[in-house]
Design a protein around this ligand. Structure first.
Ligand code: NAI
Length: 446
């Protein structure tokens, strides 16, 4: 769906009018193009500990223009603030204020990334306070950034180094245009597993992936991005969407499997189809989902049950089959699509929010099972994304939902797809049981 307001205020007279009237000024976001530089200018690594030095050395090997000190008046593509060794809130001021001095020099579409440690793993109250303080600071800072710049953070569990593969992979994701609509979010890196792909433009080379609900919307975007990143694809959708599904399968050189994911044998059919075509299955993307909105007082059993059946029960049943299959054993990865409605709640969506919160619970509880077989499972929680689903929202409500985030616009299906492709890759092996919001830092929710 077209966001005409964003197009109007992106340049010229439209931009001047919006500025004069104090209206929202969304800009076109910096989105990923294969072969483009990772950041729109030099990357400044701040922080004085050994973790910052080691990270700066590592980034030099990426063909990135790395700085340890800002040059006066030089535009920066990104600032990475390494705070992995803070032990007391009183230690935050100096490095954070030093970063603040660089903010005016951040290029359009620039990035701020903090690297710190999880507060939950700190035993000392002062250490926990300092670590949690980083999270509060970054969330507020992200709301202060303009011109499509974003701020996100990496949270390392104790024992994970700043140069471990999972940290580098997630840092690459946050610095790149792949994370255009991810803002004010944290990713937790739990282990040293994973590794950067040989070719960063094709992180899924040769991997076999299934995407449900792939005939249109976000699912179609996921199929395109996974294909671009090198995956071989099986696309699933209901028989009623057969024509669209076949067209998508043709476009991405994949195969189509017409299947209602709530049918009893869905898991077996998915595995059988993938094995017949490709010999195995590596990546399962649970994207298919429906809404049947009603205030709870007016909700009937059919509306409640159908949403729960498609959005969460089907995923649970399919995962159970995959986890028992010998054909889902080569660093298998599952990525589920949740929703910010499952985090913050949404009027008229008790059924949908129950199902999407359920996805997050499922992902957390399944993580140890996946880890046992050398894999991982994570969820992506989109906010307002421009699709047929959101085009049906009445105009005034839609405009509100679109603008009430730090980037003042809705996300595109490709933004969700980029996050899914990253979490589906082996580079994200250190990330397990997490939920990543792709919501432009919605004003609602955690
Ligand atoms: P959409 O309605 O455009 O596409 C959903 C696809 O899933 C359709 O092709 C549909 O035929 C398929 N599907 C539905 N039930 C199925 C079943 N039983 N078996 C197989 N396929 C089935 O929806 P959209 O917007 O692309 O959403 C995709 C996912 O993203 C959903 O899980 C949705 O809940 C989630 N989401 C979307 C947001 C948005 O702003 N559009 C925000 C947050 C989450």
């Amino acid at each position: 769906m077209t966001d005409r307001y964003t197009q109007f205020v992106d340049h010229g007279i439209g931009r001047d009018i919006a500025k004069r009237l104090g209206l929202p000024q969304p800009v076109a976001l910096r989105r990923y193009q294969p072969g483009e530089p990772l950041a729109p200018g030099p990357v400044l690594i701040q922080g004085t500990g050994p973790g910052a030095d080691a990270l700066a050395r590592e980034l030099l090997g990426w063909n990135v223009d790395v700085r340890r000190h800002a040059e006066p008046k030089e535009k920066l593509g990104a600032v990475v603030l390494v705070l992995d060794d803070v032990a007391h809130p009183s230690e935050l001021g100096r490095p954070v204020l030093a970063m603040g001095a660089s903010l005016r020099d951040l290029a359009a579409g620039g990035r701020i990334v903090t690297i710190s440690r999880t507060a939950s793993s700190a035993e000392s109250p002062a250490v926990a306070a300092a670590r949690q303080g980083v999270e509060g600071m970054l969330r507020s800072l992200a709301r202060e950034l303009r011109a499509g710049a974003t701020g996100n953070g990496l949270l390392l569990r104790d024992g994970v180094e700043t140069t471990s593969p999972g940290v580098l992979a997630a840092l690459r994701f946050f610095l790149s245009g792949r994370s255009a609509f991810v803002d004010g979010q944290f990713l937790t890196i739990s282990t040293d597993d994973g590794g950067l792909p040989g070719n960063p433009d094709r992180p899924l080379d040769g991997r076999v992936a299934v995407v449900t609900g792939a005939a249109r919307g976000i699912g179609a975007a996921i199929a395109r991005v996974l294909r671009r990143d090198g995956a071989k694809l099986v696309l699933v959708d209901v028989p009623a969407s057969g024509d669209h599904l076949a067209a998508m399968a043709n476009e991405v050189h994949g195969t189509a499997l017409q299947l209602d994911i709530t049918s009893q044998d869905a898991g077996e059919r998915i595995i059988r189809h993938a094995v017949e075509r490709h010999g195995r299955l590596d990546i399962m993307v649970h994207n298919a989902g429906i809404t049947r909105d009603k205030l709870l007082a007016n909700m009937d059993g059919a509306k409640w049950d159908s949403v729960i059946a498609v959005n969460i029960s089907a995923q649970l049943a399919i995962n159970e089959v995959l986890l028992q299959s010998d054909h889902f054993r080569e660093s298998p990865r599952i990525v589920s699509v949740a929703s910010t409605s499952g985090i913050a709640g949404n009027r008229g969506q008790t059924n949908y929010s129950a199902s999407k919160a359920g996805v997050m619970g499922m992902v957390r509880a399944s993580a140890p099972q996946l880890q046992k077989i050398g894999g991982g499972i994570n969820a992506v929680a989109p906010g307002f994304i421009e699709t047929d689903m959101t085009a049906r929202i009445p105009f005034a409500t839609r405009e509100m939902a679109r603008r009430l985030n730090s980037l003042q616009q809705g996300g595109q299906p490709v933004d969700v797809a980029e996050a899914i492709s990253f979490l589906a890759s082996n580079a994200a092996a250190g990330i397990n049981g997490e939920v990543l919001r792709v919501c432009g830092q919605n004003l609602v929710g955690a």
